[in-house]
Design a protein around this ligand. Structure first.
Ligand code: ADP
Ligand code: MG
Length: 389
């Protein structure tokens, strides 16, 4: 049995390259030509590096939410940049611990999952109410391709764990009765979101937080998995944090396949965000040139996967089969202002393919780029304006 893996640490190596100021790091990461001091480490434990080159931005790399975080921050002084950087990391760690992890007992998703099958349901916080509202609308509009109720099935596959382990000894693709049973617990049509004291709610054009809270009712066995929007939620939270920090002039925050740009650089040049080449993840297939604040989300079959006897089992599942989506798409990049929806859309569009995916993205006012299995690139018109090979 021959196995190949790609772990977060290889992405951290890319992060280290970024901090050394190398131009093209690939891996869907933002690249700043300014660069900064680097770090030599990258052997498995959480590693950090931080510093500010002469006149350049503050650079920092760390891990959170199971992925590599890279920050490039422009502020009047190093102390401000360092302070914001630490605040952003706390926010990310807190988000995982208190909101979206399905593994940690401290998180709201964990507690919501534990309530499945109960008559009283689970009273969601205002922000998770908004998030689940947005997710159920995306489920509807994507004809079920995007579904945050796949938790029982994603747990059976546990691709993230296998991709991160140093050995995949014992990996068996799940199937048969076990998979069918898990699949039987899935489906957003089976969950109910009820406004406290009023009728069901099913509309959310934006992921902006809402005032009121929803009560979530899930059938026995159903498990939420917010993995497809976790980084998007993080982008939204960091955007909100930046809005409260007028002392930060510009920033690029990269969280694995999700990148946030904010504000600007002192020299007025635009942000340059690289899109990973799915055929060679150390390379990029092109650059997005962006002015101001944007969210760029990428989903691909090369991000987290296990390869066994030449078959690639990746982490984006088709809710119809409960197996990794069979697609002629290798990667999808979504460009939009809303990070949460962009993250959800990139996952949905991977499964839907370019025709339906482009239409779905357009419905949300998002720009989309598809890298096809035959190497072709398909783009929406707005994406063509900012993409260069
Ligand atoms: P990444 O988290 O690597 O950026 P995505 O945003 O595309 O990638 O999300 C993939 C994650 O979302 C999976 O690891 C799994 O937890 C979850 N997931 C897998 N398939 C689906 C799906 N069809 N709809 C919603 N979530 C999914
Ligand atoms: Mg996603």
């Amino acid at each position: 049995m021959k196995l190949f893996l790609r772990t977060a640490m290889s992405a951290l190596m890319a992060a280290v390259l970024l901090c050394c100021g190398c131009a093209d790091t690939g891996a869907g990461m933002a690249r700043q030509p300014e660069g900064g001091p680097g770090a030599e480490d990258g052997d498995g434990a959480r590693k950090t590096n931080a510093g500010q080159g002469a006149g350049g931005p503050w650079q920092y790399a760390d891990t959170a939410m199971g992925t590599v975080v890279q920050q490039t921050i422009y502020a009047a002084d190093q102390e401000t940049a360092r302070d914001f950087s630490a605040q952003a990391m706390e926010l990310l760690w807190g988000l995982e611990r208190e909101k979206i992890s399905w593994r940690l007992e401290t998180s709201e998703v964990y507690r919501a999952n534990a309530s499945a099958g109960s008559e009283e349901g689970f009273l969601l916080s205002a922000d998770l109410s908004a998030l689940l509202e947005s997710c159920t609308l995306l489920w509807e509009r994507s004809e079920g391709a995007f579904d945050v109720t796949l938790g029982a099935v994603t747990r059976l596959w546990d691709i993230d764990k296998w991709a991160a382990e140093s050995s995949q000894e014992g990996f068996e693709p799940p199937g048969g009765e076990l998979l069918n049973q898990a699949l039987g617990t899935c489906g957003s049509q089976k969950l109910r979101l009820v406004e406290e004291g009023s009728a069901d709610v099913r509309s959310a054009e934006s992921s902006a937080s809402r005032e009121s809270r929803l009560r979530l009712f899930m059938p026995e066995g159903m498990r939420l998995d917010l993995g497809a929007v976790g980084k998007g939620l993080a982008m939204e939270r960091i955007s909100a944090l930046l809005a409260e920090r007028p002392d930060v002039d510009g920033a690029v925050i990269s969280l694995g396949g999700s990148i946030l740009t904010y504000g600007g650089k002192p020299d007025g040049t635009p942000w340059r965000v690289g899109i990973v080449n799915p055929f060679d993840t150390a390379e990029s297939i092109g650059i997005l040139t962006l002015e101001g604040s944007w969210c760029v989300s990428t989903s691909g079959d090369y991000e987290r996967y296990v390869e066994v006897d030449g078959v690639r089992y990746h982490h984006i599942l088709d809710p119809k089969t409960g197996a990794p989506a069979v697609s002629d798409v290798r990667g999808v990049t979504i460009l939009m202002k809303d990070g949460l929806l962009g993250d959800g859309l990139s996952t949905a569009c991977f499964i839907l393919g370019p025709e339906k995916g482009m239409a779905l993205a357009a419905r949300y006012g998002a720009e989309a780029l598809f890298v096809m299995a035959d190497g072709r690139i398909e783009m929406s018109d707005g994406m063509k304006d900012v993409f260069r090979k």
